[in-house]
Design a binder for this molecule. Structure first.
Ligand SMILES: [Mg+2]
Length: 362
């Protein structure tokens, strides 16, 4: 082990490759924030986080102005100690959100260093295996697509070998949502799972009515039906509907997850390593889920979620969204609907420096 001697970060604007819409997002880019930690033993650990559209500058500013100096001289092997230190440094501006994005970028870089130090991949450090994980596809079921386009997408998803397909819901007219589900289900039924995602747009009574129809159609899960703070509605829907309720991408700490778990509000947790404060916190939330018999199918970031899902007992699918593909040179291999955790030391990813250079905005 050794000491941290420097820490740098940058912000990129990364094209998603196609226009994306759901009930709350409409964008063509994500922001990507890098973190590189240099050590007195001559190593570089890389970490990162992202935002869907904005906030990247704030994350970088916090790292540059408040974190960098606080970590120089720390032993990079003391990940838990550093995580706790960061939790308290970030408290004056909140207990989740930008603060946990900041912690994530650092924490991921520290785990990368730990793996590089011993020459082992992340899943090895976490007690996992290098077995491939099943993918479900989310990059071709956007809300602005026509019903015919969704059907075409579903056929392609099956042809490519994915194990599931997710479409966005939240059309103004409920009949339209139902019609779209039915059309896609005609293609997917008996072949792959069909997931649905509301992105927090519904109210309880509306969701209950919709879920009863969707249950009969065989929908695999209903994701984020309500605003993330409306835990009461999540709890009621989980109790009164037969469709598994999934949520977690808009929940930022284990304390918030605890409330969902205590109240039996979700069957599937989708905690996102970049939003909850990195690998350290992601693993803790996964353990909480395991003790509540809740499965884990994380949001986005397949490059890092592949080794993480391989390392827990209650892992399900990883979500296929290829927006980070151009950022990395080394990354997990994807084939026939499976993602293979990298066996390279650390997090198994290497930045494409030319891509960083070309897309940097700060
Ligand atoms: Mg979602």
């Amino acid at each position: 082990m050794g000491k941290i001697i420097d820490l740098t970060s940058e912000v990129l604007r990364v094209p998603t490759g196609k226009h994306i819409t759901d009930s709350i997002h409409s964008t063509d880019i994500i922001e990507f924030v890098t973190c590189k930690i240099l050590t007195d033993t001559g190593m570089e650990g890389i970490g990162f986080t992202y935002t869907i559209g904005n906030g990247g500058y704030s994350i970088k500013a916090f790292i540059d102005h408040y974190i960098r100096e606080a970590l120089i001289g720390d032993d990079y092997g003391n990940i838990t100690e550093i995580w706790n230190k960061l939790w308290w440094i970030t408290q004056p501006v909140g207990r989740g959100g930008i603060t946990t994005h900041v912690i994530a970028a650092i924490d991921i870089a520290l785990w990368d260093l730990k793996g590089k130090e011993v020459g082992k991949p992340l899943q090895w450090l976490l007690g996992g295996s290098s077995k491939p994980v099943k993918l479900y596809e989310t990059n071709s079921g956007w809300l602005h697509y026509s019903q015919d386009e969704l059907v075409e997408s579903a056929k392609n998803v099956i042809k490519t070998g994915f194990y599931g397909f997710k479409i966005k819901l939240g059309k103004k007219n409920p009949e339209e949502d139902i019609s779209r589900i039915k059309a896609v289900m005609d293609v997917t039924a008996g072949k792959i799972a069909l997931m649905t995602d509301v992105n927090q747009a519904w109210s309880y009574n509306y969701a209950l009515r919709m879920s009863r129809i969707m249950e009969k159609m065989g929908v695999y899960w209903i994701e984020e039906p309500f605003p993330a703070d409306d835990i009461v509605s999540y709890k009621k829907l989980s109790r009164h509907s037969g469709i598994p309720v999934a949520s977690g991408e808009t929940i930022f700490t284990k304390y918030e997850f605890q409330k969902y778990l205590d109240s039996g509000s979700i069957s599937i947790s989708q905690h996102d390593v970049c939003r909850v404060g990195g690998i350290t916190e992601w693993m803790q939330i996964s353990s909480l889920c395991a003790s509540n018999n809740v499965m884990v199918s994380p949001h986005f970031v397949m490059q890092l979620h592949a080794p993480l899902v391989s390392s827990i007992s209650n892992g399900m699918y990883v979500e296929y969204i290829p927006w980070m593909e151009n950022i990395f040179e080394d990354q997990p291999h994807v084939e026939n609907g499976l993602i293979y955790p990298s066996n390279k030391p650390g997090i198994g990813l290497r930045f494409n420096e030319k891509f960083l250079e070309a897309n940097r905005i700060s």
